[in-house]
Design a protein around this ligand. Structure first.
Ligand SMILES: NC(=O)c1ccc[n+]([C@@H]2O[C@H](COP(=O)([O-])OP(=O)(O)OC[C@H]3O[C@@H](n4cnc5c(N)ncnc54)[C@H](OP(=O)(O)O)[C@@H]3O)[C@@H](O)[C@H]2O)c1
Length: 220
C-alpha cells in the first residue's frame, strides 16, 4: 500500500521503518522535504522508501499518517493541502500537547476537553477519513506490541467505519489482534485526554515501556 507519513520524529520514523519492512511503499515527510532526520532515515532503508514534503506525501499515500508536534498538526494539514487528503484514510497519532513551558507538557486548551486534535484535523480536512489510534503509547510499542509482556490495548475511533477497518488492518500487521473500538471520532477527546495519566506514569517509572489495558466483563 502507498503510505505517506507526515512527521520525522520518533513516531514518524518508527512507523515508516516498520511499514517499509512490511513491504509498503512509504514516503516520509518533513516540512521542506529535505530535513536531516528524513535523509538519515532514508539512508537506512533498503527499498520501498522515499522522502518528500507534506504535500508530496499527501499526494503519494492512499493512507496518510499524521505524526507531528501537536501544536503544528493543523499547519501540517494546511501544508499537505486538504484537497489532496480528500477520500484518503488519515490516521492521526499526534497529541495536543504544548511543551513551551517545559515538562510535563500541558494539554492545548482549545484542542482538548470539548474537542480533540483529531476532530480539529477532521475539520481542517473535511473530506479526509480521519481515524485516531496508537497515540496512547510509546512509539516502539505502536509497531511491536509483543515488546511488552502481558495483554495490553490499542484504541481506535473514527466516523468512517471502512477507514477504521483499513487502520485495523495496519494495526494487525504490526501485531495488534483486537483493537478496542471506541466508536466515533469524538472519542479522541478521551484517548488524547489520557496523556496526563501517561505522562505521570512516565515521570514515576522513568521509562516508557508500559501501556493501558481494558478488561471488559459480561454486562451485569
Ligand atoms: N514520541 C512518542 O513516542 C509519541 C507517542 C504517542 C504520541 N506521540 C505524538 O506523536 C506526535 C509526533 O511525536 P514525535 O515525538 O514523533 O515528534 P515531534 O518532535 O513531536 O514532531 C516532529 C515533527 O513535527 C514537525 N513540526 C515541528 N514544528 C512544526 C511546524 N511549525 N509546522 C509543521 N510541522 C512541524 C517536524 O517537522 P520537520 O520534519 O520539518 O522538522 C517533525 O516532522 C506528537 O504529536 C506526539 O505527541 C508521540
Amino acid at each position: 500500500m502507498k503510505i505517506g507519513v507526515l512527521g520525522t520524529g520518533m513516531v514518524g520514523t518508527t512507523l515508516a521503518t516498520r511499514l517499509v519492512g512490511l513491504g509498503h511503499d512509504v514516503m516520509l515527510a518533513s516540512r521542506d522535504g529535505r530535513s536531516e532526520a528524513a535523509a538519515n532515515w532514508l539512508a537506512e532503508q533498503a527499498g520501498g522508501a522515499a522522502t518528500g514534503s507534506f504535500a508530496e506525501a499527501a499526494r503519494h499515500g492512499e493512507v496518510i499518517i499524521l505524526a507531528v508536534r501537536g501544536d503544528a498538526a493543523l499547519a501540517a494539514i494546511a501544508a499537505s493541502g486538504p484537497d489532496r487528503l480528500a477520500g484518503k484514510v488519515l490516521l492521526n497519532i499526534s497529541n495536543p500537547l504544548d511543551f513551551s513551558q517545559g515538562f510535563p507538557p500541558r494539554m492545548i486548551p482549545e484542542l482538548s476537553n470539548t474537542t480533540s486534535l483529531s476532530e480539529a484535523v477532521q475539520a481542517a480536512a473535511p473530506a479526509a477519513r480521519v481515524v485516531n489510534s496508537l497515540n496512547t503509547m510509546n512509539a516502539a510499542l505502536m509497531v511491536n506490541p509483543d515488546a511488552l509482556a502481558g495483554a495490553h490495548d490499542v484504541f481506535v475511533c473514527g466516523d468512517d467505519e471502512a477507514a477504521k477497518e483499513v487502520v485495523a488492518g495496519l494495526l494487525g500487521e504490526f501485531g495488534w489482534t483486537a483493537p478496542v473500538d471506541l466508536g466515533p471520532l469524538r472519542a479522541a477527546r478521551g484517548t488524547e485526554g489520557m496523556m496526563p495519566v501517561w505522562l505521570a506514569l512516565f515521570g514515576r517509572l522513568g521509562h516508557a515501556n508500559f501501556n493501558y489495558r481494558i478488561n471488559i466483563g459480561a454486562k451485569p
